[in-house]
Every structure is written in C-alpha cells, then in structure tokens.
Design a protein. Structure first.
Length: 134
C-alpha cells in the first residue's frame, strides 16, 4: 500500500514538473505590485467615502468627473468586456507580451468588481502562458 501511494505521488510530481508554470521572482513581484495598485485605486479612490461626500458638495471638480467616469466604467461592466476582448486578442496573436498585458487587464477587472469576465480572461491568459513551447 505504501508503494502505491509513493508511486501515485511520484506520478503527480512528474506531471506537475512536466506542466509547470514558470514563475520567476521578478514576475511575481510585478504581479503583486500591480494587484496592490489596483486595490489602492479601488479602496482609496473609487470606494472612498470622503471623496464621495466632496463630490456631493462640489460635483464639477476634476476628481469627481474622473471618479464618475471610473464608476460608470465599472458599473456597466466595460472593464470586464475589455479584459475579455484583450484576452481574445492575445489568444489570436499568441505572443507573450500581449498575454502579459491581457493578464494585467484581467486581474484589474477581477480586483475592480468585474470578476465574471475578468476571471474568464484570466483563465485564458494562464492557459496561454502554460502552453508556450519556448
């Protein structure tokens, strides 16, 4: 029984070794930095109650116009649609740079409240990154 368990673990390890995703430290740092910037944008600007109160008092300021534009962009789901379209373009072009750009846009869509299409685009990007035959 122990031999079968070890054999199963060994087969799983070989499968993961064969189909692994190459994460280097620099890419992980950029991914974390990018997602923290998106979170800061969401909670520091889009969902900020102080800015919303200021916009209720003085609606004509540039900050309020930008906040309204971003809010409408998120509310109507344009960011998720944009992430999906960019992922489809990356799928057609099949280039690493377009895939990385699509990954950034899809993670932005997931973080900024468009998770449905953003997650589909993210899965497409991960598929493209893992099936590269470099």
């Amino acid at each position: 029984r122990a031999d079968k368990k070890d054999e199963k673990i060994q087969r799983q390890f070989l499968w993961f070794k064969k189909n692994r995703i190459r994460f280097d430290k620099l890419w992980l740092k950029y991914f974390g930095l990018r997602n923290s910037i998106f979170l800061a944008l969401k909670y520091g600007f889009v969902d900020n109650k102080a800015i919303a109160t200021q916009c209720n008092l003085y609606a004509g300021t540039l900050t309020c116009k930008v906040k309204d534009f971003i809010g409408a962009f998120l509310y109507f789901g344009y960011l998720g649609i944009t992430a999906f379209v960019v992922a489809l373009i990356a799928l057609v072009l099949n280039k690493r740079t377009t895939t990385i750009i699509a990954l950034a846009v899809s993670s932005c869509a997931i973080v900024l409240s468009n998770p449905f299409l953003g997650s589909i685009a993210f899965i497409i990007c991960i598929y493209l990154l893992t099936n590269k035959k470099d």
